[in-house]
Design a protein. Structure first.
Length: 254
């Protein structure tokens, strides 16, 4: 019996409600379309689904003694460990990895992890999706090419990424270096740093552009710096669509 099962069984013994909730969790994990895993900042495996066992061919008893990077191809482990440190530091990370099975087979995956506080401790909740089929690889490459095209068109120190579904935003370290403050966690947070005379105009402009799913967006505005002064900014963004053509994110640069 693995640690995951121990935790679930302990919770289930407390009450019928806890048993129902534990059963719900197991069912939910089993329905996920990819590999789910959760681990603490030492890499200790806290929870996973059956898909990890199936894809890796490791038993629950073996998995509980492993670390997440043990499932990644050896030539990618250093980069993967850096990505995990980024998740614990900044709240999220993503990268393409090759999942390594017991027999040495490699499965190309897209890994995304988010930091979460569960039971009083920080951990990373991650998903790895198989991108072995041609369409998934093509979409992943397209997104990478769009990012590269955007960066190549601008000369700037600040890159941003806006998730249109969650409203969360990410900025690189340039936001701290150029403007003197850390990451703006949402589009509302970012807009709050704009000059009051520019806020409504920029909010309406970028929102309408994202909803319409148009190509490039650009505008100028004043952005408050960490010292209280305002910088004049020229901002550009690119709408990215999913395979159904739905706008799902904007990637841009100042």
């Amino acid at each position: 019996m693995n640690e995951e099962q121990d935790q679930q069984d302990n919770a289930a013994s407390e009450s019928p409600a806890a048993e129902d909730y534990s059963s719900f969790n197991r069912s939910l994990l089993g329905m996920l379309p990819g590999i789910f895993w959760m681990f603490d900042d030492t890499g200790r495996m806290l929870r996973w689904n059956k898909e990890l066992e199936r894809r890796s061919s490791f038993t629950p008893g073996e998995i509980v003694a492993m670390r997440p990077w043990h499932f990644v191809a050896t030539d990618q482990r250093d980069e993967f460990q850096r990505a995990l440190r980024t998740a614990f530091k900044r709240g999220r990370t993503s990268m393409e990895i090759d999942l390594l099975s017991r027999t040495g087979d490699r499965m190309p995956c897209f890994f995304a992890g988010r930091r979460a506080r569960i039971g009083g401790q920080f951990c990373v909740v991650g998903m790895a999706i198989d991108v072995g089929d041609h369409r998934a690889i093509q979409n992943s490459l397209l997104q990478s090419e769009e990012r590269l095209r955007l960066v190549s068109r601008v000369t700037t120190d600040v890159i941003w990424d806006w998730d249109l579904e969650t409203d969360e935003t990410w900025h690189n370290d340039g936001l701290q270096k150029v403007f003197g403050y850390a990451n703006a966690d949402s589009i509302r947070d970012w807009i709050s740093h704009l000059h009051p005379e520019d806020r409504d105009r920029v909010r309406q402009s970028i929102t309408a552009h994202a909803q319409a799913g148009q190509g490039f967006w650009e505008t100028r505005y004043r952005l408050r710096r960490g010292d209280g002064g305002y910088a004049h900014v020229y901002d550009r963004g690119l709408v990215v669509h999913d395979e159904q053509g739905k706008p799902v994110r904007m990637i841009g640069a100042m």
